[in-house]
Design a protein around this ligand. Structure first.
Ligand code: ADP
Ligand code: GN1
Ligand code: MG
Length: 357
C-alpha cells in the first residue's frame, strides 16, 4: 500500500525543491524544505459516480472561497482546502486502474470532533458552517454539477426507501417492521422543505450538504472554526439542509451508532449554542427559514435514519459498516432523536426566537 501511494504521489507537484546544501567535500548534500504535511484521498466512486465533476465543483468552490479569504486578510492555505495540482495541471490523478486521487494541504494545529465536547464548540462550528454559506452567497450556483442528484430531496429519499422495502433484496425488512412503520407514519413531513424551495418560499443557496461536526476543523488554541472540509457534496440547496444535518449529529447526546437507546436524546443546550452561531454568521437568513429551523432538524434526522434503514434492507451497499446490524442500529438512534425532537419542537421554536433577538 505505502509503495502504491508513493507512486501516486509522484504525479502531484508538491513543490519539493531540493537545494545543494553545506560545504562538504565528500558527499552530495541537499536540503528539501517542506512547509506542510499533505492529505491524500481516494475518491469513493461508488458514492460519487463522476469524480471529475466532483473535483470541478470542489475546485471552483475553494477558488471562490480563497478569493474571499485573501481579501479579508486570512490564510488561504488554512481557511479552506488547498488542492495540489498534478504535473499535468489537474487537481486529481487518475490511476491505471481508473481510481481518482487528490492531494491537499493538511491543516495544522486543529482538530475535528466526532462528538461535541462542550456547547461552545458547537457555537464555533456553527459560525464556521454559517460563514461558509455566507461566503458562497455570490457564487454562481448554476456552475455546480449535481454530483449526487436529489441528495437532500426527502420526497425522493422516501420513494427510494419504499422501493427498498418492497424489493427487500437482503430479506432483512422483516427485522425492521417497527422502524419501517415509524418512517411511513411521517411521510407527510418529507415534502415541506423541497416544496418551499420549489415555490420560492425559501431561497436556493449554495450549501455544504454534509455538515457533520467532524467536517469542520477547530483551532487547538482558540477553539474557533478554521476550515470547513469534505466539500464533495457542495451543491445548490437549502440552508435548512446544513442546519438540520449539523444538529442531527451534534445535537445528539450519543453516537450515531449507540446501541443503548436510553443514552440518545436531543440536547437543547447544544441546539441553542449552534443556532446562535449559525444565525450570527448568516445575517441574510429569512423569516421563513428561521421558522423552519427546528423542523429542519427533525426532517434531516428522519431522512438520515431512512437512508440508514434503506441501506440495511439493501444489504449494506452504501455506508461503511463494521458489523451486520450496524445500519439498523444507526437508523434506530435517528428515530429515537426524531421522537425526542417532536416533543421538544415548541421549546426549540422559542430558542430560535430568542437567538434572533
Ligand atoms: P469523509 O468523506 O470520508 O468523511 P473527509 O474529507 O471528511 O472524508 O476526511 C476524513 C477525516 O480526515 C476528517 O473528518 C478529518 O478528521 C480529517 N481531515 C481531512 N482533511 C483534513 C485536513 N486538511 N486537515 C486536518 N484533518 C483533516
Ligand atoms: C456520510 O462522508 P461522511 O461520513 O461525512 C454521508 C452523509 C450522511 C453521513 C451519516 C456523501 O457522510 O450524507 O449524513 O454519512 N455522505 C454521503 O453519518 O452520502
Ligand atoms: Mg467527512
Amino acid at each position: 500500500m505505502a509503495e502504491q501511494i508513493t507512486d501516486i504521489l509522484k504525479h502531484f507537484n508538491l513543490g519539493l525543491a531540493p537545494q545543494p546544501f553545506g560545504n562538504g567535500h565528500i558527499n552530495d548534500t541537499y536540503i528539501v524544505p517542506v512547509k506542510n504535511s499533505f492529505v491524500l484521498q481516494k475518491i469513493n466512486k461508488n458514492v460519487f459516480r463522476d469524480p471529475v465533476a466532483v473535483m470541478e465543483n470542489v475546485k471552483a468552490v475553494t477558488d471562490h472561497l480563497r478569493g474571499k479569504i485573501v481579501a479579508a486578510g486570512g490564510d488561504p492555505t488554512r481557511e479552506t482546502l488547498f488542492f495540489i495540482d498534478t504535473y499535468d495541471g489537474a487537481p486529481y490523478y487518475k490511476s491505471d486502474d481508473d481510481e481518482y486521487y487528490r492531494v491537499y494541504i493538511y491543516v495544522d494545529g486543529v482538530k475535528s470532533f466526532d462528538a461535541a465536547e462542550s456547547p461552545i464548540q458547537l457555537y464555533h462550528a456553527a459560525k464556521a458552517f454559517g460563514k461558509f454559506q455566507d461566503m458562497l452567497a455570490d457564487f454562481p450556483a448554476a456552475r455546480l454539477h449535481e454530483v449526487i442528484p436529489s441528495f437532500h430531496d426527502t420526497v425522493k429519499r422516501f420513494g427510494d426507501f419504499e422501493r427498498s422495502v418492497a424489493a427487500n433484496p437482503s430479506g432483512r425488512a422483516g427485522n425492521a417492521a417497527p422502524e419501517i412503520a415509524f418512517v411511513t407514519e411521517r411521510k407527510s413531513d418529507c415534502g415541506t422543505v423541497v416544496d418551499a424551495l420549489r415555490s420560492g418560499e425559501i431561497p436556493m443557496r449554495v450549501t455544504h450538504n454534509d455538515t457533520k461536526l467532524n467536517n469542520v476543523l477547530l483551532d487547538d488554541e482558540t477553539g474557533e472554526g478554521v476550515c470547513v472540509i469534505d466539500l464533495d457534496t457542495v451543491m445548490p440547496g437549502s440552508l435548512l439542509y446544513d442546519f438540520g444535518d449539523a444538529l442531527r449529529f451534534a445535537g445528539s447526546t450519543g453516537a450515531e451508532d449507540e446501541p443503548d437507546l436510553s443514552r440518545i436524546s436531543f440536547d437543547l443546550t447544544n441546539f441553542e449554542f449552534f443556532t446562535r452561531g449559525f444565525i450570527e454568521a448568516l445575517p441574510s437568513i429569512t423569516e421563513r427559514e428561521c421558522e423552519l429551523l427546528p423542523f429542519s432538524v427533525k426532517l434531516m434526522t428522519l431522512e438520515c435514519g431512512m437512508r440508514f434503514l434503506a441501506d440495511y434492507i439493501d444489504g449494506d451497499v452504501y455506508f461503511k459498516t463494521a458489523y451486520p446490524e450496524h445500519n439498523l442500529i444507526r437508523a434506530r438512534t435517528q428515530f429515537k432523536l426524531v421522537s425526542d425532537i417532536e416533543e421538544k419542537m415548541d421549546v426549540m421554536t422559542d430558542i430560535v426566537r430568542n437567538c434572533r433577538g
